[in-house]
Design a binder for this molecule. Structure first.
Ligand code: SF4
Length: 231
């Protein structure tokens, strides 16, 4: 009977252990930094989500879905943020039946501070050279995609699911992809994991985009597809 070599699984386990170590130090920092601001990590996460993605506000149910936390937990966190003057609930102007959670001015200031990446993590990433950073980012995008497909995490606003993304549109090895939003070539180190300008590609287009991204294409003439109009 065919047996797969043990090295493949051993490498996977070592990678999983390495990621867990990085996650552990990040969680420690998140707890400590949130504590210094008088917030829980969930409260910090909600502030960051509202600031970066939903400045017009979001219902509790959507906050729960996007932060992968239960609705009761989000409800408690929002109530605490309201008591601290960092968030407020109000009825949607578009649909009076919907109650939206919005940041107050103080909440926005706190969210911007909370969104800063810790220096120690940036220093650790700085220890990678350009090729290692590009390979690492590309690997992370693939892992996040797999976790999304598996339903483990909410969908991220990443380049490979974006209507503006043109994978391997250029022969340039440094900048093989094209972002039609800024109408410029981009490299693997430019790939975005949570882009404000992301526009979700149609569901039936996403698998093709993904296959083009991971499969690449043979070197050829540097001809990007036509840019889409900005919306
Ligand atoms: S708009 Fe953002 S997510 Fe979309 S292709 Fe450009 S950089 Fe990537």
């Amino acid at each position: 009977m065919h047996k797969s070599p043990p090295f493949h699984n051993a490498a996977n386990e070592k990678l999983a252990a390495g990621l867990a170590k990085v996650g552990l130090v990040q969680r420690h920092h998140a707890w400590a930094a949130s504590g210094q601001r008088g917030l829980t990590p969930t409260q910090s996460q909600i502030l960051a989500l509202l600031e970066s993605r939903h400045r017009d506000g979001l219902p509790i149910s959507m906050l729960a879905a996007e932060s992968a936390v239960s609705q009761p937990t989000v409800s408690d966190a929002v109530a605490a943020l309201e008591r601290k003057g960092l968030a407020a609930r109000s009825r949607s102007e578009a649909d009076g039946r919907v109650v939206l959670v919005r940041l107050t001015a103080a909440g926005r200031r706190t969210a911007v501070q909370a969104a800063q990446w810790p220096d120690f993590l940036l220093r650790a990433i700085d220890s990678l050279d350009a090729d290692e950073r590009a390979a690492f980012l590309r690997g992370l995008v693939k892992m996040i995609h797999s976790l999304q497909e598996d339903g483990q995490i909410p969908v991220s606003r990443m380049c490979p699911s974006c209507d503006y993304f043109r994978p391997h549109a250029h022969a340039d090895r440094e900048h093989p992809h094209h972002c039609a939003f800024v109408d410029a070539p981009i490299g693997d180190t430019d790939l975005r994991i949570d882009c404000r300008d992301h526009k979700a590609a149609e569901a039936n287009e996403r698998p093709r985009l993904w296959q083009l991204f991971v499969g690449g294409r043979p070197p050829g003439p540097d001809v990007p597809r036509p840019a889409l109009p900005k919306s």
